[in-house]
Design a protein around this ligand. Structure first.
Ligand code: NAD
Ligand code: GLY
Length: 358
C-alpha cells in the first residue's frame, strides 16, 4: 500500500492506494473513526464491492444507502435521500459516511455529508479510475441543477481516501479510458516526466497492468495533493486542473451529457486547449501534436462533434470559470506547465473552435 498525504494546513488526510484495501480492517482502523457508519453506494457498485467494505468495517455499526446509478441522479433529491438515510439510521455528529463508488456517488455523498448537521465526517472509497485520480481528492462535492452541471456544491474534505485498485478489474474499458484523460491532464499541466512516462506506458495502462495503474494513480494523486495543498478553494493554481474542461463542458452540454463521458469530453478539450496554445504561440506544434497523440493512444476521441463554434462559445461562457465576462482558459506554456488566461486573442479562440467544432 502507498499512502499520500493531502496537507491543507487546517487539516490533513491520507490517500491509501493499493490492492485489497476495501476488505482490510487494518486500513479502516487507521484514524478513520466513527462507530456508526453509513455506506452510500449505487445499485451497480454495491453488488460488486459492498460486502468487501463491510468486511473491512467488521465490528462497527454499519448501515447502507443505495442510490440509482448514473449522472442524472447526481441531484438535490438524491442528496436528500442520503440525508434521509442519515436521519433514519440515527447517525450523529460523531458518525461517518463512506462513499463507495465513482465520482457521482462521491460527489453526492460528500455534499450530503457537508450539509448534514452542518458537516459530518466522510471518507471516499473510489471505484473508478477517474474517482481514484481526481474526484475523491480535494473536497469538491456537489450535485447538478437542471440549469447546469455541479452548480450546487460545497467544499468538504474527506477524512481519508481508500483507493482499492482491485475494483478497477470490473470497470468497463470505456470508463477506464475516460479516467486516463484526467491522468493525462496531470502530465500536461504539471509534470513533463510523467507525460513521457504515460506516452511509453499507455499500452500497459490500457491492458490494466497493476503496477502501471498503481503508479499512474499514485503520481496523479501526488500532483493533485500538491496543487490542492497550495490552493484549496481554487483562488489560483488549482484552476490549472481544469485544463480541457471548459471546452469539454461545452461539448458535454451541447450533446446533452449523452454522447460523451466526462473524461472523453475533457480529452477533446485538452486537444483544443493545446492547439489554441499553439495558435497563440505559447507552445510549438510538437507540443500540441504530442497531446493529441497521447489522447489518441489512450483510445480517447480526437474528433470533436460539429456543435458549431458560436454555440460552443455560448456554452463556454456559461461555465463556472467565467470571470467578468471573459472565458478564462487553461493553456499550456510548455508540456508540463499551464497558465490560466483571460486576455488572449479572441480570434484565435474562434479559429480553434471553427476548426474543431465547425
Ligand atoms: P460514475 O460515478 O458515473 O461511474 C461511471 C460508471 O461506472 C457508473 O455506471 C458506475 O456505476 C460504474 N462503476 C463504477 N465503479 C465501477 C467498477 N469498479 N466496476 C464496474 N462499474 C463501475 O463516473 P465517474 O467517471 O467516476 O465520475 C464522474 C463524475 O465525477 C461527474 O459527475 C463529474 O462531475 C465528477 N467529478 C468530480 C470531481 C471533483 O473534484 N469532485 C472531479 C472530476 C469529476
Ligand atoms: N477536478 C478539478 C479539481 O478538483 O479542482
Amino acid at each position: 500500500m502507498q499512502t499520500i498525504s493531502v496537507d491543507l494546513g487546517h487539516t490533513r488526510y491520507p490517500i491509501h492506494i493499493g490492492s485489497g484495501l476495501l476488505a482490510d480492517p487494518a486500513v479502516w482502523s487507521r484514524g478513520i473513526a466513527g462507530d456508526a457508519i453509513l455506506i452510500v453506494s449505487s445499485n451497480t457498485i454495491a453488488p460488486l464491492f459492498l460486502d468487501r467494505l463491510k468486511t473491512g468495517l467488521a465490528g462497527r455499526r454499519v448501515s447502507q444507502c443505495i442510490l440509482p446509478d448514473g449522472e442524472q441522479h447526481k441531484s438535490l433529491s438524491t442528496a436528500g435521500w442520503v440525508i434521509d438515510a442519515l436521519v433514519g439510521n440515527k447517525i450523529h455528529r460523531d458518525g461517518l459516511v463512506i462513499a463507495l463508488g465513482g465520482g457521482v456517488v462521491g460527489d453526492v455523498t460528500g455534499f450530503a455529508a457537508a450539509c448534514y448537521q452542518r458537516g459530518i465526517a466522510f471518507a471516499q472509497a473510489p471505484t473508478t479510475l477517474l474517482a481514484q485520480v481526481d474526484s475523491s481528492v480535494g473536497g469538491k462535492t456537489g450535485v447538478n441543477h437542471p440549469g447546469g452541471k455541479n452548480l450546487i456544491g460545497a467544499y468538504h474534505q474527506p477524512i481519508a481516501v481508500v483507493a482499492d485498485t482491485d475494483t478497477l478489474a470490473t470497470l468497463p474499458d470505456r470508463e477506464l479510458r475516460a479516467g486516463l484523460a484526467e491522468v493525462i491532464k496531470y502530465g500536461c499541466v504539471w509534470d513533463p516526466i510523467f507525460f513521457d512516462w504515460l506516452a511509453l506506458n499507455v499500452g500497459a495502462l490500457l491492458a490494466r497492468d497493476p503496477e502501471a495503474l498503481a503508479y499512474a494513480i499514485a503520481r496523479s494523486c501526488e500532483i493533485k495533493a500538491k496543487v490542492v495543498g497550495q490552493d484549496e478553494r481554487e483562488q489560483g493554481v488549482r484552476a490549472i486542473l481544469n485544463f480541457g474542461h471548459t471546452f469539454g463542458h461545452a461539448i458535454e452540454a451541447a450533446t446533452h451529457y449523452k454522447q460523451y463521458l466526462h473524461g472523453e469530453a475533457v480529452a477533446l478539450g485538452m486537444i483544443m486547449a493545446a492547439e489554441l496554445s499553439q495558435r497563440l504561440s505559447l507552445v510549438d506544434a510538437e507540443c500540441s501534436a504530442r497531446v493529441r497523440e497521447l489522447v489518441a493512444a489512450a483510445g480517447l476521441p480526437v474528433q470533436a462533434p460539429r456543435i458549431g463554434a458560436e454555440r460552443a462559445l455560448d456554452l463556454m461562457r456559461m461555465d463556472k470559470k467565467v470571470l467578468a465576462g471573459s472565458v478564462r482558459l487553461v493553456l499550456l506554456e510548455k508540456l508540463g506547465r499551464a497558465v490560466v488566461m483571460g486576455n488572449y486573442d479572441q480570434d484565435a479562440l474562434l479559429a480553434t473552435l471553427k476548426e474543431h467544432v465547425g
